[in-house]
Design a protein. Structure first.
Length: 354
């Protein structure tokens, strides 16, 4: 039995790699299990991790959610931490892993939102990989050099701990970053001796979050536009400028989320005259009736947040696309991209080693 730990920062697309990877292994005759030791709850009103249900549905797993994800975290998990919580969490994780390892050829382990989460009680990606002897497969997303540096530090940390690293896969690579990734980032990683097993392209139809994902992730209140929550958001614009300069600025960003204060009716109305997928109003201030009326005419959802604009911008990184298991076209695209761009034969050789 072999276990592979998929680790990467938030938004890297670990699940979008885990899914076609698991399906490919099944096609090759491997008995495959999926484990996410730490499920993540995006908001207080939601009890399940969307990724877990997605993987269960796609892979046809009949086990209960607790067997796949024994521990669930919120952003404030340490506040309610009892003295026995550390040992209890590790025992639950060990029990889930050992059961799956006993019954399957390969256990695909998906890391938490970020690799370091759970580090306070030895349940970060690196500690669990070491605990279970799993080989790490890093999922990297590098939209710029700073993001690449962050991922590279994770690679160096795994190396410092002497963890077995199967390799890494660059995911969600935009057209603009493709040549940089192939010619610079890939070479930089391979200088460490870690193989780059693939570079996967970004697909906006799959990776762009919807208005509904903003609503759920930011724990907002929907004022209008429930019927259009499936609109995709390709750009994010913060409306803090003067109205004189706003219109030309807003026109340059199609299919966008516009974030502005609830008291900025002028900015909200201007945004609604451009290609806006969702209007996010901050500060807990309900919009003018004219804004609601115009949004209803345009079919644009309005989300009200009780936090300020700055805090909202800080939390935007928690918003990412969740693939619906009924979206057969998205699953087909991910499988095709994996088949065409990932060196699966190298992974297969590793798994077949005794």
């Amino acid at each position: 039995m072999k276990s592979i730990y998929l680790s990467g920062k938030a938004g890297s697309g670990k699940t979008a790699v885990a899914m076609p990877f698991a399906l490919k292994l099944k096609e090759e005759g491997f008995q495959v299990a999926y484990l996410k030791p730490q499920g993540y709850r995006k908001c207080h009103t939601k009890t399940e991790d969307d990724d877990i249900q997605f993987m269960k549905d796609v892979l046809g797993l009949s086990v209960d959610n607790q067997s796949i994800s024994p521990v669930t975290l919120t952003q404030f998990y340490l506040c309610s931490c009892a003295e026995d919580t550390i040992e209890s969490a590790l025992q639950k994780a060990d029990a889930a892993y050992n059961k799956l390892a006993k019954e399957n050829d390969v256990v695909i382990i998906e890391g938490s939102v970020n690799p370091f989460i759970g580090g306070s009680y030895q349940m970060d990606d690196f500690s669990l990989s070491q605990r279970w002897g799993a080989s790490m497969l890093h999922i990297l997303r590098a939209d710029d050099d700073y993001e690449f540096d962050t991922s590279f530090i994770y690679l160096k940390y795994a190396e410092a701990l002497d963890l077995p690293v199967l390799g890494c896969i660059f995911n969600n690579t935009s057209d603009a970053q493709w040549d940089v990734t192939r010619n610079i980032y890939k070479n930089t990683v391979e200088l460490t001796g870690i193989p780059v097993l693939g570079i996967l392209p970004s697909r906006r139809s799959i990776s762009s979050p919807t208005a509904n994902e903003f609503l759920k992730s930011l724990n907002g209140e929907l004022i209008t536009g429930e019927e259009n929550l499936d609109r995709q958001v390709e750009n994010i614009t913060v409306g803090t400028m003067t109205i004189e300069s706003a219109l030309s600025y807003l026109r340059r960003s199609p299919n966008k989320a516009v974030i502005t204060g609830g008291d900025r009716s002028d900015m909200a109305l201007t945004a609604l005259e451009t290609s806006t997928s969702v209007l996010i109003l901050t500060g807990g201030l309900y919009p003018d009736v004219g804004v609601i009326s115009r949004a209803e005419e345009k079919g644009v959802p309005i989300i009200l947040l009780h936090q300020d604009t700055f805090s909202t911008i800080e939390n935007i990184h928690n918003v990412y696309r969740t693939i619906n298991p009924r979206n057969e076209e998205a699953i087909r695209i991910l499988k095709k991209d994996f088949d065409q761009n990932v060196d699966f034969e190298s992974i297969k050789k590793y798994l077949q080693k005794t």
